[in-house]
Design a binder for this molecule. Structure first.
Ligand code: PLP
Length: 307
């Protein structure tokens, strides 16, 4: 079956390369039709579930995962229900509804929305997890196949980490393509740094709250497989401030004319601001993971405010 994601542009960024003093490659996942890399993994998982007989797709993500499930459902001709908390922005709800999905607003937090979503799951429905599912990782791994197929092999990969699904998928793809020695520079924002804290502690740490504005990175705990990746793949953890992530989004807009979320800006900030973890590498590839819920106005508000 034809995948639901598209093959995205891969090129060397002149402005980022000059700024970083090394070769900086971009994989532009921001240009996936639903706005982020999420459609790779979620699209693949939804295709599988529908093929196995699922009659309806359910998600409790008001972010890019929910948008990807809605997009997948429309293309697979199955109904989609997305339960989101009251904190979800009007723009996010509009993007989900635009894909034809039903949106139910319930509860003050994601936990409450997720509980309702779980209770709505009928016999032939499937609740799609945003990051902790081997099918999702398998879909994300196709990103590395595309890069390797273009004969590009960077010295290191720069990746944003939320729950760690993208990380798991990329590590899977790197193994398949003989890139096991290529390190991952895993980037989070302060207040959403569950991977950084877990690597320091030597076990998975659950954050008591998410205090970063990069809510897309706001998984309180990374999945077990992502934690395992920090041990069996070379990995450097980097944490940047919200302010740096927002500034990087604005700079990227000026340099490449694409709006991305601070979740993605985190990875861009690590390169724009020359994180020392980059020093050993002649070239890096940034997974420009994208994000559909941020607007230009929102970026300006964050930049003007005291983030
Ligand atoms: C989901 C998402 C992330 C984090 O991905 P995980 O698989 O949860 O680690 C980062 N950036 C964007 C834009 C996302 O949508």
């Amino acid at each position: 079956m034809k995948p639901l994601h598209i093959e995205t542009p891969l090129f060397e960024s002149r402005p980022l390369s000059i700024q970083a003093g090394r070769s900086v490659w971009l994989k532009l996942e921001a240009l996936q039709p639903p706005g982020s890399f999420k459609i790779r993994g979620i699209g693949h998982a939804c295709q599988e579930y529908v093929q196995r007989g699922a009659k309806r797709l359910i998600s409790s993500s008001g972010g890019n995962a929910g948008i990807a499930v809605a997009y997948a459902g429309r293309h697979l001709s199955v109904p989609v229900l997305i339960v989101v908390p009251e904190t979800t922005s009007d723009r996010a709800k509009a993007l989900i509804r635009q894909e034809g999905a039903e949106v139910i607003v319930h509860g003050d937090s994601w936990q409450e929305a997720n509980e309702l979503a779980e209770s709505a799951v009928g016999e032939s429905d499937v609740l799609v997890h945003p990051f902790d599912d081997p099918l999702v990782w398998q879909g994300h791994s196709t990103l590395i196949d595309e890069v390797a197929g273009s004969d590009v092999k960077p010295g290191a990969l720069v990746v944003s980490v939320g729950g760690g699904g993208l990380l798991c998928g990329l590590v899977e793809g790197m193994r398949r393509n003989g890139w096991s020695e290529v390190p991952v520079i895993a980037v989070e924002t302060e207040g959403a740094d569950s991977l950084a804290q877990s690597t320091r502690a030597g076990h998975r740490v659950e954050l008591s709250a998410i205090t970063s504005l990069a809510i897309t990175l706001g998984a309180k705990k990374i999945c077990q497989r992502a934690f395992d990746c920090t041990r069996d793949h070379p990995l450097h953890s980097v944490v940047v401030s919200d302010r740096a992530a927002v500034a990087a989004c604005q700079r990227f807009l000026a340099d490449h004319r694409v709006v991305v979320e601070p979740a993605c800006g985190a990875s861009l900030a690590a390169v724009y601001d020359g994180a020392p973890e980059m020093d050993d590498f002649e070239s890096v590839l940034i997974v420009v993971c994208g994000g559909a819920t941020t607007t230009l106005e929102q970026l300006e508000e964050w930049a003007d405010g005291n983030v």
